[in-house]
Design a binder for this molecule. Sequence first.
Ligand code: SF4
Ligand code: FE
Length: 484
Amino acid sequence: MKTAQEYIESMRRMRFHLYMFGEKIADHVDHPMIRPAMNCVAATYELAEEASYPQYRELMTATSHLTGKRINRFTHIHQSTEDLVSKSKMGRILGAHTGSCFQRCVGMDALNALSMVTHDIDEKHGTGYNKRFLEYLRYVQDEDLVCNGAMTDSKGDRSRHPADQADPDQYLHVVGEKPGGIIVRGCKMHQTGAVNSHEVICMPTRAMREEDKDYAVSFALPGDTEGIIYIYGRQPCDTRKTESPGLDTGNILYGGQECMVVFDDLFVPWERVFMYREHEFAGDLVEKFAAYHRQSYACKSGMGDVLIGASQLIGEYQGTAKASHIREKIVDMIHLNETMMSCSLACAYEGKRQPSGTFFVDALRANVSKLNVTRFPYDIARLAQDIAGGIIATLPSEQDLRHSDIGRHVARYLKGVDGVEVEDRIRILRLIENLTMGAGAACYLAESMHGAGSPMAQRIMIARQTDVEGMKASAKRLCGIEPG
Ligand code: SF4
Ligand code: FE
């Protein structure tokens, strides 16, 4: 396994075609806007280092079913319900450790979904995708790589199918074959951790019809392959990372990252192609990936841990912590946070072995889990802002606090209870701001709403997975309505 430091060094060797604020970025590793996000992914390596974190060995690592070697859990194919449970717990621990999106789940979820769907395609079509995929997986495990699981297309006119778009490139598709592989073109949106990843794994974004079969394609490539262009996404307050990174960012260590990723006539060798025009499996791959990724949102309970802790602290720093309504709000936050976590654990405990041997989460509970996540972080954030007070929206800057003339006024009038440093009060307020309306809110709120699919996608899956007929039969029997 790589150490966190080795991971950072491996990123230095990547030659991404990356743009931010209209400029090409050469040294992305040391860029102040990017480094906190890279530190976040580095934490997925750091917590797996047994010498530093022996308590996390079982959660952060697993035994490869291919090689028998100890590997990072983010590269593991789940072999039991215990593996699935460990995955949920790992997400919470990393969410609490970083207070951010640590970005590596998308690759893990793509690998696990492909381990099942490549097997199922082979069963039907006699293809050799699963063997090819397992060779790729062995490479990912041996090198301890980060994979960017890329699903969401730009989608153009949402009322039209992929093949019916005015611009045929609004969904990533195959545009031709060359000796040894295929040519692809299109764009994947909102790609979490895109330029913190060694590899990119593309998958279709929706179910496909026969007419859409050029869009039913899945493949993997090194992230810095010629022809892949990354355009860095903005977040609220993002330039604070350059203006006053030590205080006003709120989270001074970590952050998230999303990019628009353009695939500009890219060659993919056959050995990296895992689905090619088998359109009837596109929807299945989407549902499998989505269910795994909806489980992964245990990360938000970890971020919730940070926000609850920050809210309790600001109550203590401002002298409100003992008020009964503040205590009640803290308990309400804990209740919401644990409800999210309970669902992620439930879908893991109810997971079952699939024909490929991979363990898959219970899809109904995975979707219930994520539907909770589209709401509860907003409720928790609301309570945190309530407890913090209006000061989270009006705090002067770090520069004013440190100013030779006016700094004393800032320090004096921001004083809370005796014995608490003014700067500590500001730090906690900035952290609450970060998570509820700053850069961290991109992860904690908007990503909770739309990541792994927007709420309606979960409602559709919940309706499909539930035996409402069985429920009707129970109701009829109890009140004496004749069956049939
Ligand atoms: Fe993982 Fe959560 Fe980030 Fe998604 S939002 S990649 S589940 S940490
Ligand atoms: Fe995401």
